[in-house]
Design a protein around this ligand. Structure first.
Ligand code: COA
Length: 95
């Protein structure tokens, strides 16, 4: 989950051109475990943008060291809010 926050935080910060914070995580589902040594990939798709907030559909996938099969392990919708230097919400700039 922390990897998903980091990855999505990067995507949010790029879209909002600056600092963002997580305000909500919805529908978190853990479908399958991640094993020690697995490669984990996180994909974050922007699904909607509000005045100051952005919603991302986020998925984490695993692949073992010795195989090619990829398995979706976790998914959720993360909402980030763009914030200013005083940690107050600020408008997301036009895309
Ligand atoms: C994020 C934060 C700055 C927002 O401040 P706020 O006073 O609640 O701001 P607002 O009520 O104006 O809401 C700002 C936006 O967040 C959205 N929002 C607020 N609470 C939400 C929730 N629970 N779920 C989804 N969106 C939410 C609002 O709809 C609004 O979006 P919009 O401008 O696109 O319409 C403040 O709540 C905060 O600092 N929270 C703690 C964040 C944090 O510590 N995150 C780390 C977690 S590990």
């Amino acid at each position: 989950m922390s990897q998903m926050v980091l990855a999505t935080g990067n995507a949010a910060a790029r879209r909002a051109r600056g600092r963002c914070v997580t305000v909500a995580v919805d529908g978190m589902a853990f479908h399958s475990p991640v094993h020690v040594g697995d490669e984990v990939s996180v994909y974050a798709d922007l699904i909607s943008t509000g005045r100051t907030s952005m919603k991302f559909q986020v998925e984490a996938w695993r692949r073992s060291r010795d195989g090619d099969e990829q398995v979706k392990v976790t998914e959720a919708v993360f909402t980030f809010v763009a914030i200013d230097s005083g940690s107050r919400p600020r408008p997301v700039p036009p895309g």
